[in-house]
Design a protein. Structure first.
Length: 398
């Protein structure tokens, strides 16, 4: 193969997808920071939506038959607002259309504390769910009410107890930092309460003020009392230190796990691998094509009667796929592999991104790995967005 042929090849494996994302867009209420495609549950046509989702699964696997499924992730919204009979219908749909499960499949479902009683958790476990991720966010009730959450800390402990009683022990919780009126000491307290639980996995995110949220409106009016940037940096350093002291490995910028409990589904995204995206507003990536589904619940339901409810589908250009590989892959602290890049694209990382990689190495934000790839340095973890920005549009005109 000569240089030009190699450069123009795109060796992305065309194997059947092994990961599934499914979106349940219903919530008990809309949190003040949330810009996800979600809708307050009251008066929503839930069963119509679940039937439409069943239809989309049928049409999708007919068009692109699945391989052995290694991970399923049900997000939202709050999937656990489904009633037990709705949950049973939904999970049986998943099993029917994606029947070939790996023996060690990771089947995750997002949950809000207070929405998971023992009956519902039993239905979830019987339906194949074996990992639950609870959106806790903080262990101070005043902070929770200040961000629009409707649960309290008692709900958190009760929900985790119920999950364990149902035989679900692969549990994760989300925490947030940089919240309005949150101090470094408050985060430290939340970290202590979280670590006392001894869970296998924690996700800890900084607040981002997104458009079309109540927080964005308040921010524009200078009425959102966010911590100073210096305090937010102290919070991130604190949480990394606390997690490391407690024996958790930081395997991605915002994620910490005991060995073997890393989120396999999220690693699919970070490795830029194929996955089905099902449900209103869901995104999918299959055979070099990305697609976005129709967002609204009723428009989505109606669209499935005509065919797949796709709003937009486009092939990802080779250069964009390369940039995605680097930017998304560097989020994972093991870094990006030149070998994997060559297998997918037929060229070396340095051939395409030599200038950017060199600049970030010299700035001390990247370092070489023993396997001949690149990863964020300790300093780079703190300034990840600056690193990722170097690769946006880096191949324009190449």
């Amino acid at each position: 193969m000569d240089g030009r042929e190699s450069r123009n090849s795109f060796n992305r494996p065309s194997t059947a997808p092994q990961a599934v994302y499914i979106h349940i867009p219903f919530c008990t209420n809309k949190c003040f920071y949330c810009d996800f495609n979600s809708y307050v549950l009251k008066d929503q046509p839930v069963m119509d939506y679940l039937r439409a989702l069943d239809r989309e699964m049928e049409l999708t696997v007919r068009e692109t038959p699945p391989g052995e499924i290694k991970s399923i992730f049900v997000g939202g919204g709050t999937p656990t607002v489904l009633k037990p009979d709705e949950m049973e219908f939904f999970l049986s749909s998943v099993r029917r259309h994606f029947p070939d499960w790996a023996a060690d499949i990771e089947f995750s479902m997002e949950a809000n504390p207070g929405t998971t009683d023992r009956d519902k958790l039993a239905v979830m476990k019987d339906g194949g769910v074996n990992r639950v991720s609870f959106g806790v966010q903080a262990f101070q009730n005043e902070l929770l009410s200040g961000i629009g959450r409707i649960h309290n800390t008692d709900d958190v402990f009760r929900s985790l107890e119920n999950a364990m009683a149902a035989g679900l022990d692969n549990l994760s919780i989300d925490l947030m930092f940089g919240l309005p009126n949150q101090t470094v000491e408050m985060l430290d307290y939340s970290m202590s309460r979280a670590l006392e639980l001894g869970l296998p996995h924690y996700s800890i995110y900084s607040l981002k003020v997104e458009e079309n949220t109540l927080f964005h409106t308040l921010y524009q009016k200078n009425q959102l009392p966010l911590p100073a940037e210096e305090d937010e940096l102290k919070m991130y350093l604190l949480l990394m230190e606390r997690m490391e002291q407690a024996g958790y490995k930081q395997y991605e910028i915002s994620n910490f796990a005991k060995p073997g409990y890393e989120s396999r589904h999220n690693i699919t995204y970070w490795r830029n691998e194929d996955y089905y995206g099902l449900g209103a507003g869901a995104h999918g990536y299959v055979n070099r094509c990305r697609h976005v589904n129709i967002k609204g619940v009723n428009p989505y339901n109606e669209a499935t009667q005509q065919g797949r409810p796709i709003l937009e589908r486009f092939e990802v250009p080779r250069e964009e796929a390369m940039e995605d590989f680097v930017m998304v892959g560097l989020r994972v602290l093991e870094g990006i592999s030149d070998d994997r890049f060559q297998r997918q694209f037929g060229v070396r990382l340095e051939d395409m991104f030599g200038e950017q990689l060199g600049k970030m190495l010299n700035a001390g934000l990247l370092e070489r790995t023993a396997a001949g790839g690149y990863r964020l340095s300790r300093k780079g973890i703190l300034f990840g967005n600056e690193v990722f920005a170097e690769f946006v549009g880096a191949l324009d005109g190449k």
